[in-house]
Design a protein around this ligand. Structure first.
Ligand code: UD1
Length: 421
């Protein structure tokens, strides 16, 4: 099993180029199932999860060409005729569920193994199922399988009990070709939803209001092929922002959209980091002020992103003053706290609240486990400032979500290398 060896690296300096957003590219690739035309998707990050989605599309009968020099994936969906997603692929990635809505709309049926829970929580799909049922589908979940079928999808009012990102996306995709108008209330407002809606609109869909809590979709008869460039990854952006701050460095982050990381910017400024907009990107400086504590509470967008909670917690273990971190989106997203504690961090977890008292002890290198994608990134960040050597295992999680992580970090001066056990 591969692991990262991370050494105390001193301040990070230089420039980093952010890749396309994994969480936008995945549903956009799934949406190509909705058409028998050809779609060209640009700015796709080269990641394990994207590879799994391409394999899923192929297994359904699509012709998928990956051109990684250009970061472009081209999907010709004319041959799609399989409605069942193999379990082998679903077990690799929860986001496989994104093809449920499109398959239902295209072929009238979808069979997918139920994505399991994971380290950060139970992760049910009841809201996806509820939304698709409201559009007229029959959805049955039995013995670990999800069976969905519909003779016809009909527009309807869908109220989401929680603004689930994935459920909003699945329902939006199915509703794009349903008969009549669908309104999703209490919809997720994440930038990835807006990106998916703009791709669907390029395919001929009529979607308004994406990015607000009410999305209105006028169903159209047919969607056609389209070309689309994926937005920059706001979580990768945030991770490199925290990398600059935690190492007390000075990093220019290129190809990012500061508007998508407002809560991270606000919290870093509260900590004493300096953020400057420049022609070429956003500069983050942790080398000007002494960094101090702040509190964070994760919320659906535009609140503080749950995916940035672990990296930010790593930072908070290195500043003066006491902090509180509240996780409201996932029930069990504090696994990294235990790993950070192995490095000497003082973190007390009580349910969904983690307290980091003011008595900072310097972090020390240790053998730690990347329990999920963002936890792994957090441990690397901690390793950059810990005394000695940190070994981060189970790094396949990190590789699922960060393109060229080691290369990008190394270019900034991070002492990180990948070794095979
Ligand atoms: C997406 C992101 C993930 C991010 C999360 C929240 C992708 C591929 N992944 O995941 O990185 O951390 O948004 O910003 O885009 N829930 C239900 N029932 C459902 C669906 C969700 O109860 O049917 C709950 C979940 O258990 C969780 C909360 O809603 O507690 C948020 O989940 P959701 O917004 O759906 O996250 P994902 O789309 O899975």
């Amino acid at each position: 099993m591969a692991k990262y060896i991370v050494e105390n690296s001193g301040p990070l300096y230089g420039e980093v180029e952010i890749s396309g957003a994994k969480n936008a590219a995945l549903p956009i690739l799934a949406a190509t199932v909705l058409t028998d035309g050809v779609c060209e998707i640009n700015e796709v990050p080269r990641l394990k999860d994207i590879d799994v989605m391409c394999r899923i599309l192929r297994s359904l009968g699509a012709k998928v060409e990956e051109n990684w020099d250009e970061h472009t994936v081209t999907v010709d969906g004319s041959g799609i005729n399989v409605s069942e997603v193999p379990y082998d692929l679903v077990k690799l990635m929860r986001a496989s569920i994104f093809v449920m809505g499109p398959l239902l709309a295209r072929l009238g049926k979808a069979t997918i193994a139920q994505p399991g829970g994971c380290a950060i929580g139970n992760r049910p799909i009841d809201l996806h199922a509820k939304g698709l049922r409201t559009l007229g589908a029959r959805v049955m979940i039995s013995e670990g399988m999800v069976y969905a079928a519909a003779d016809k999808l009909t527009g309807a009012l869908v109220y989401l009990d929680f603004p689930s990102v994935g459920a909003t996306e699945n329902i939006m995709m199915a509703a794009a070709v349903a008969e009549g108008t669908t309104i999703i209330e209490n919809a997720a407002e994440e930038p990835e939803i807006v990106d998916l809606a703009s791709f669907l609109n390029r395919m001929g869909a009529k979607i308004k209001g994406a990015g607000t809590d009410t999305i209105r979709i006028e169903g159209v008869e047919k969607l056609h092929g389209a070309r689309h460039a994926v937005i920059p990854d706001r979580i990768e952006t945030g991770t490199f922002m925290v990398a600059a701050a935690i190492t007390r460095g000075n990093v220019l982050i290129k190809n990012c959209l500061p508007d998508h990381v407002r809560p991270v910017i606000a919290k870093l400024i509260e900590c004493g980091a300096v953020i400057q907009d420049e022609m070429e990107g956003m500069r983050v400086r942790g080398d000007i002020n002494r960094l101090v504590a702040t509190d964070i509470k994760t919320l659906p967008y535009p609140g503080f992103p749950t995916d940035m909670q672990a990296p930010f917690m790593a930072l908070l273990t290195t500043v003066s003053g006491s902090s509180t971190v509240i996780e409201t989106v996932f029930e069990n997203r504090f696994m990294h706290a235990q790993e950070l504690s192995k490095m000497g961090a003082n973190i007390r977890v009580d349910g969904r609240v983690a307290s980091i008292p003011g008595d900072k002890c310097p972090l020390e290198g240790a053998q730690v486990v990347s329990t999920d994608l963002r936890a792994g990134a957090a441990l690397v960040l901690a390793g950059l400032v810990a005394k000695g050597t940190t070994e981060v295992s189970q790094i396949y999680h990190v590789e699922r979500g960060y393109e060229n992580f080691v290369e990008k970090m190394s270019k900034l001066g991070a002492k990180i290398r990948l070794v095979e056990d």
